[in-house]
Design a protein around this ligand. Structure first.
Ligand SMILES: *Cc1c(COP(=O)(O)O)cnc(C)c1O
Length: 354
């Protein structure tokens, strides 16, 4: 892929690395590439970060034909910049695209584009512990047309945002609201796809949970509303009686790259793992009989998010002694150690950008 580069003549001031937060500040450049039916993907370019100008009838605004990805670039102590398993994001992009009738994007081009734009803005990768450069690739349908059909033109764009440490004072347990009214996805729908619609549908449940003081929603299956699916933007794991248990990939949950990494690490450590259907009643029972040892979410943003409290209907209960579980902490240390180059990389998960 040939990428044409136009560098900014007015570089921005870098933000204070101690107060980055998430998704508010963007770097100097962005990657952009067009798709036109009959011509394929074309005109790959890196340009100064700038607004888009789109016709108000542009399809994505009306029918939501779009996808996104999320990954990070990490700075090692010796000044190198790494990506974590970007080929998995490339593969997942095409799984999402297929479901949403968005044309396939060559996986090599996806990784090459991410590397090229991160390389140009590599001085934006923050260096404070726990910080990283968040990478947001996305594709939108751009035909100016109100008919309901797959668009014939698209834009693939990558923007970059330096993001702060998710945990400032060590892993902090969160409270989770098990949602029994709204559902996020159903089998045959698009729950496995990384697309904005899955977030739009989740907002009402999230607002309800937040109003009650919970930070995340745990979704149940859309049919029987009793099998555990996932948490908003994270997959969920339970340690029950020494076993690491997580819902199987059934089509309605997002196949997280952190989820896959956690399963591989647990297996390498000799911990028994199970991917299967989990009835919420089983979790309540394990909690009551004292075999529910740890609960944690997994995702690119927080890596591991320990769950300290669960609410289901009228029941509220604390997990373990309310502190961080041993496996949760070990997984967090291993994954972040590999991502930042502080630890060996036995699975070849790191890709060096520069
Ligand atoms: C992105 C995402 C995850 C986590 O995936 P990772 O690849 O681990 O970051 C989990 N659930 C949903 C709904 C997501 O969009």
């Amino acid at each position: 892929m040939k990428i044409q580069v136009t560098k900014t003549t007015t570089p921005k001031e870098k933000p204070d690395a101690k107060n980055l937060g998430f998704g508010k500040v963007f770097t100097d450049h962005m990657f952009i590439m067009n798709y036109t039916e009959g011509k394929g993907w074309h005109d790959a370019r890196i340009v100064p970060y700038q607004p888009l100008s789109l016709d108000p009838s542009t399809m994505v605004f009306h029918y939501g034909q779009e996808m996104f990805e999320g990954l990070k670039a990490y700075r090692s102590a010796d000044g190198k910049t790494y990506l974590f398993r970007p080929e998995m994001n490339a593969r997942r992009t095409n799984a999402t695209n297929k479901r949403l009738c968005i044309p396939e994007l060559p996986e090599g081009d996806f990784v090459e584009a991410v590397k090229a734009v991160v390389d140009i803005d590599s001085d934006w990768v923050p260096t404070e512990p726990g910080t990283a450069l968040y990478i947001r690739p996305f594709i939108i349908a751009t035909d100016a047309f109100l008919g309901v059909a797959p668009s014939k033109t698209y834009l693939f764009i990558i923007i970059l945002s330096p993001s702060g440490a998710y945990y400032k004072n060590g892993l902090a347990p969160v409270g989770i609201w098990i949602e029994d009214e709204y559902v996020r996805a159903v089998r045959g729908g698009m729950g496995f796809a990384k697309t904005g619609g899955n977030y739009a549908v989740s907002l009402a449940g999230q607002v309800k949970a937040h109003d009650d003081g919970y930070s995340q929603v745990l979704w149940l299956d859309g049919v029987e509303r009793k099998y555990i699916e996932e948490v908003g933007a994270m997959n969920i794991f339970f340690k029950i009686n020494g076993k690491i248990v997580t819902p199987m990939l059934n089509g309605s949950i997002l196949p997280g790259i952190t989820r896959d990494s956690v399963l591989q690490l647990c297996r390498a450590w000799g911990l028994p793992t199970e991917e299967r259907r989990i009835d919420v009643a089983e979790i309540l029972e394990a909690q009551k009989n004292g075999t529910l040892e740890e609960v944690f979410g997994t995702g690119t943003a927080a890596v591991i998010s320990p769950v300290g409290k669960l609410r289901y209907k009228d029941d509220v209960f604390t997990i373990g002694d309310g502190t961080i579980g041993e496996v949760s902490q070990k997984l967090y240390d291993a994954i972040t150690g590999i991502q930042t180059g502080a630890m060996e990389d036995p699975f070849n998960w790191r890709t060096q950008v520069c």
